[in-house]
Design a protein around this ligand. Structure first.
Ligand code: G1P
Length: 306
C-alpha cells in the first residue's frame, strides 16, 4: 500500500456535504424547508459548514442533495437581484453579508449531485465520486455544528498525515448509553490529539462498543474510500454505511480519531439546536437580556416541576 503520496496528492482540496436527508426529526418545519437551512439564530446550518470548509482552504464543494431540496442550491449561490434590491433600499450592509456568504465559482468550485434514494451516508459519499479533485477528501455533516476557532476541519487538515493514517475522523468521548447513536472507534492508544484505532463500528449496542470514542460529522478520507464504498453491502439500519468502508480499509490506509478543540452541537436534534442557538445568542450582547431571562424561566420551570 502506498503510504507515501506526494505533497500535491496529500492536499485536501474537496469537501463533500451530504444534504439529501429528509430531516424527519424536524417536521413540520422541514416539510418545505431543508433541515440544513434551519437557522441557529439567523444563520442556516449549511452556512456554518461552508464557512468551516472555506477557512480550511477547500477548493471544491460537492453538495449531495435531493431533488426536493433545491432551496439549498438557491441559498448557496449568489442572488444578485436580491442584493441589488437591498442596495437600492440603503441596506448595503445586508447586501455585503449575503455576497460574502454566497459561494462564487471564481473562489470555490461548486457541484450539486443528486442522491435520489436514501440509501445511507456511504452511498451519499459515493455519489460524489466523479466530482472530487484528486487526493484525500473531507466530508462535513452540516447538522453536526462545531463552534470554535480554529474550525474543526482546519484543525484536522493541519493534523492529517497520510503516512500515519489515511482516514481521519473527528471524535469525542460520549456516555456509554449514547454509543448506539454513533460510529465508534476501536481505539488502541493516543498520540497527542490523535486517537490511534484498529477499527470502527456503526451504532453498536453499549455492551458491544469497543470504546466510547464517538465519531462526529467531520472526516478526512483517503481517495481510496470510493473504491471501498463501491459494491459495499448495506450495514447497520439497512443503509450503506461510510463507517463500514472506513473500517474495511484499516489495514491498508490506517485510521485515527481526532480530538477537536471546539464544541459540538447535535443540530439533528431539537435539544442540540436549542443549545446551539442559546450558545450563539449568549455571545452577542444584543441577546444577553433574553438569554438571561430564558435561563431564569427554565430554572423556574424546573423548580415548579420538582
Ligand atoms: C452518521 C454516521 C455516524 C456518526 C454520526 C455523527 O450517523 O453514520 O457514524 O457517528 O453521523 O453525527 P447519523 O447521525 O446520520 O445516523
Amino acid at each position: 500500500m502506498d503510504r507515501n503520496p506526494s505533497a500535491q496528492t496529500a492536499r485536501v482540496r474537496t469537501a463533500i456535504f451530504p444534504v439529501a436527508g429528509l430531516g424527519t426529526r424536524f417536521l413540520p418545519a422541514t416539510k418545505a424547508t431543508p433541515k440544513e437551512l434551519l437557522p441557529v439564530l439567523d444563520t442556516p446550518l449549511i452556512q456554518f459548514a461552508i464557512d468551516e470548509a472555506r477557512a480550511a482552504g477547500i477548493e471544491r464543494m460537492v453538495f449531495v442533495s435531493h431533488p426536493s431540496k433545491s432551496a439549498i442550491e438557491r441559498y448557496v449561490r449568489a442572488d444578485e437581484e436580491l442584493e441589488a434590491t437591498l442596495r437600492e433600499r440603503g441596506k448595503a450592509r445586508l447586501a455585503d453579508m449575503l455576497s460574502d456568504n454566497a459561494l462564487d465559482e471564481s473562489e470555490t468550485q461548486i457541484r450539486f449531485v443528486m442522491q435520489d434514494e436514501p440509501l445511507g451516508l456511504g452511498h451519499a459519499v459515493l455519489c460524489a465520486k466523479d466530482h472530487v479533485l484528486p487526493g484525500p477528501v473531507a466530508v462535513i455533516l452540516p447538522d453536526d455544528l462545531i463552534l470554535g476557532e480554529p474550525g474543526c476541519l482546519s484543525e484536522m487538515i493541519d493534523a492529517y498525515d497520510p503516512q500515519k493514517a489515511g482516514h481521519m475522523v473527528a471524535t469525542m468521548q460520549v456516555d456509554e448509553e449514547a454509543v448506539s447513536s454513533y460510529g465508534v472507534l476501536d481505539a488502541t492508544g493516543r498520540d497527542g490529539a490523535l486517537i490511534l484505532a484498529k477499527g470502527m463500528v456503526e451504532k453498536p449496542a453499549p455492551e458491544d462498543a469497543p470504546s466510547r470514542q464517538a465519531v462526529v460529522g467531520r472526516y478526512v478520507l483517503s481517495g481510496k474510500i470510493f473504491d471501498d464504498l463501491e459494491g459495499l453491502p448495506p450495514g447497520a439500519g439497512g443503509e450503506i454505511q461510510l463507517t463500514d468502508a472506513i473500517a474495511k480499509a484499516v489495514d491498508g490506509e490506517g485510521l485515527c480519531g481526532f480530538r477537536f478543540t471546539g464544541t459540538r452541537y447535535d443540530c439533528g436534534s431539537k435539544a442540540g439546536m436549542l443549545s446551539a442557538t442559546l450558545a450563539v445568542a449568549s455571545e452577542d450582547t444584543e441577546y444577553h437580556a433574553v438569554v438571561g431571562r430564558t435561563v431564569e424561566a427554565a430554572d423556574v420551570a424546573v423548580t415548579a416541576a420538582e
